[in-house]
Design a binder for this molecule. Sequence first.
Ligand SMILES: C[S@@+](CC[C@H](N)C(=O)[O-])C[C@H]1O[C@@H](n2cnc3c(N)ncnc32)[C@H](O)[C@@H]1O
Length: 300
Amino acid sequence: MSTSDSPALTDAELKLLQTLVYQECGMHFDDRRTPFLQDRLQRRLKECHLDSFYAYYRLLTSHQGKQELSRLLENLTVNETSFFRNKAQLELFQRDVMDDILRRKQDRQDYSVRIWSAGCSTGQEPYTMAMQIADALSYHYLRRPLPYDSPVPKPMVPAPWRLEILASDINYSVLRAAQEGSYGEHQMAGVDYGYRLRYFDKVGDRYVVKKNVKELVHFDFHNLKTEFLPQRNDVIFCRNVMMYFDEAEQRRLVEKFYRCLNPQGYLFVGHAESLLGLTDKFQMVHRNSGTAYQRVEVQA
Ligand SMILES: C[S@@+](CC[C@H](N)C(=O)[O-])C[C@H]1O[C@@H](n2cnc3c(N)ncnc32)[C@H](O)[C@@H]1O
């Protein structure tokens, strides 16, 4: 059922729209999700003061229609997210994965760590990563101190380490909100008081991510459907994104992620997602119900 006065889409119209959306961003709308597609399309028709699907479709596929196409995609993405989502997985990340990465890097005297949150929505995921890595580095130093004193107060990421967190999305409005990094009480549910005190400023009734945390995260637009994606990552988080793609697109994406990771790098996918049956280029790492996938290196 449509929510506006315009007539519901015919099957042929739906098919055209589904194909266009799939080609643009990989999102697949099966029968279960077509009412949502219908609803969002009707909204865009109304906003554009158009009453015919074909006029709208012509606009979307024209050169001048690029902006409308990204607005339609913004209306179709599901942006649900939260801080510290899937705690068991984050524990695996903070304790085991970071420990493995930091140890291997310190042995090679390579002090740069690069994490990518692909499909970051309003920023809770990459900011969670920043807070967790800052803590993991402090813990790492307790056990393997550097041969010199670090300045007081200690910076978030003590030298010589360099941390870069890239956070990307296809939706410009969530990227703007992420960059702002200002969250209401209801969005802070998963953040304990220790983290609130250390990493947020309270401004009125909002919690704003502190400047030194924001400085670790770089937000950018990347469409995961495209071939050229950010390279040389130690860890990729792509959680609750692949579930909107069909199997063929999931396979292509996992293959791209393999190439975007450093040797022995890690990929984290959502709780309801899995690489099972999609690839044999990753091996599963599992601890206390937290799961990650590590890149398998082919012996020469
Ligand atoms: C459900 S949110 C997940 C947010 C976060 N990763 C988490 O798990 O909490 C999915 C995000 O993926 C983004 N997305 C969907 N298709 C995409 C694509 N082709 N390229 C980049 N981002 C995409 C959406 O805009 C949305 O913000």
